[in-house]
Structures are given as C-alpha cells and as structure tokens.
Design a protein around this ligand. Sequence first.
Ligand code: PDD
Length: 287
Amino acid sequence: MSRIAYVNGQYVRHSDAAVHVEDRGFQFADGVYEVCEVRHGMIVDLTRHLNRLDRSLGELRMAAPMGRAALTFVIREVLRRNRVKNGIFYLQVTRGAARRDHYFPAEGTPPTITITAKSTDPSAAAKKYASGIKVITLPENRWDRVDIKTVGLLPNVLAKQQAKEAGAQDAIFIDRSGIVMEAASSNVWIVTRDGELVTRPAEHGILKGITRTTLIDVAKKLGLKVVEREFKAEEMLAAREVFFTSATGICVPIVQIDNKPVANGHPGTVSSSIRDTFFDVAEKTAI
Ligand code: PDD
C-alpha cells in the first residue's frame, strides 16, 4: 500500500508529495507544526493540539489554512487513507510560497499546508518503556520564543545528534543558571524523594507540551501532587525518577543522565502508572 500525503488541497502519493522551491518553510523555517498521536484508531488530544496550532499561527501572524471542521476532516482522511491505527500524523503550515524576501509576502498569499501520517510499532515503544533511555545535558542555545511550535528546530536537531554520538538517545537543555529547560523534543519531569511530580512552568522558555497538560489531569486522577516550579540539574540528578513527555513517547523513563544513573538506574513506578492511565484520561477522537 503506498502512503498518501495531503498537500494544499490534494491527496497525493507520499513519494510524489512536494512543495514549491520558494516555500517560506523551506527558505526561512517560516512555519509551524503539530505532531499528534493515534492509538487504537483514536486521535489523542486533538482539540488541545489544534488549539496550540491556532496559538502558534497567531503568534506568527500567519493565516490559518482552513477552518477547524475542515482541518479535522482532512486529518482523519489522511489517517484513513494511510490505514493508521497506531502511529502519528504530522501537520505543517507555512507562510506560503513567494519570491525570496525576508518581509512577509503580499497579503493573500495562501499558506502552505501539508499533512502526513505513519504507523508506528507499539512493541518498539514498549521496549523503550521497559529499558528507559539515556540522555545528556547541553547548554540552552535556542531563541526565547520556543513556546511557539515552529519548524525552526536546528538546535534541537544538533542536540539530538550530539546525544546519539555520545551513546545516548536524547538531550536536555540547561540554562546558564543551571535550570532544566526541556529536552530536544519533550518536556522534562522529576519525581522528588517526597513523591511530588515536578515540572517547570510552561508560560515561557519551553514548549507547553500537550502531553504535559494532559499528564497534569492524569496525576490529579491518580491522587499525585504536581508542582510547577523550576528545578536545577543537580536536583534532577538526585531525583527518584526522571521522565520525558511528548506526543510521540507519552511518558518515557530516563535512567541515565551524563553517564550517571537516575536512582537505581531502572525505570520507576510513577512513570509507568501514569502511562497506564494516560489514555483513559486523554481526549480520544475516532478516525
Ligand atoms: N515534539 N518540547 C519540545 C521542544 C518538543 O518538540 C515537543 C514535542 C514537546 C512535547 O510536546 P507535546 O507533548 O505536545 O508533544 C516539548 C514533537 C513530538 C516533535 O517535534 O516530534
């Protein structure tokens, strides 16, 4: 079965899908995106993802490509055509194609929209949950509007590659005063010795993850205390558990940071109980 992508109003074969050579996403990273999980034929937290897309577009004064109902229809259609039951969709909107010029293009230039979908193997995720992952820390070097989900991800790409070359799987950005920001494509959480769940405030300095927001609902349901405050790298290294949240990994245990074990070096019980409850609490939209 060939994969299908949606590009500016058309469903095309994935291998033929293309945008204009002067698309501003390609030339200036002048675009925003969303990644949303699909599990057992259900889109997870679609409303929150589309709300954040609207916010990202608004912050960059970019036009929405279509209304919410039409967009939801197209997303579901892409998932159906690709027969995704477990996987993700990726949606990108850019400021459109125009002769290369840093100024915004002429009023009325249509935005570019692309949507792709792919299946993922749930057993690969299960393996990751069972073993946990190793990470490195790196100095924060991103711009200060990382709260907008733009496709300008070069520092994140370099950080992940550096992690890979160091024998780890991911990287955590630490600011100049030692405060933990977030990982290259996830938010960071710790479980303190007192059993509190701590994550840094998301008003600025990090992307306000949708998984993070839903996890706060999950913690409430499980009777766990969530504290939104900054924490330093030393506190993270001394934590009982450390885990990442993102739409692609949900809740991934971190077992090693800069070659030092987290607690006993094995995934903890809090992250696994959160994972078990996550999909009961999250919004589910049938494909
Ligand atoms: N990344 N922080 C960053 C920098 C991210 O790129 C992401 C998501 C998150 C978590 O957000 P959410 O819970 O809404 O997925 C935090 C996606 C998955 C990606 O770029 O592939």
